[in-house]
Design a protein around this ligand. Structure first.
Ligand code: SF4
Length: 81
């Protein structure tokens, strides 16, 4: 797994149909350039729950979080923070 941008690109490439392909919001994302495995975590162990809490702090301060949520909902992306 690479950066969040790379993971997002891979997810979008696999989607058919793609309902919302406007990823311009990502230019201002707090997670830009961060490792994707920080934001796509399965909550199975206490350590993974700690990592999810850390990611939620980053998302909580993200200036584009509303658009990010809208994008995920529009495209039925159900995994990730
Ligand atoms: S809300 Fe979180 S996952 Fe979405 S763009 Fe912002 S930092 Fe990234």
């Amino acid at each position: 797994m690479g950066t969040v941008e790379k993971e997002l690109t891979m997810i979008l490439a696999e989607m058919d149909p793609l309902y919302d392909n406007d990823t311009s919001f990502f230019a201002d994302a707090n997670c830009k350039g961060m490792p994707a495995d920080k934001f796509f975590i399965e909550p199975r162990t206490p350590q993974q729950h700690i990592l999810i809490a850390e990611a939620k702090k980053i998302c909580g301060l993200c200036p584009v979080r509303k658009r990010c949520l809208e994008f995920a909902l529009n495209n039925y992306i159900h995994h990730g923070i």
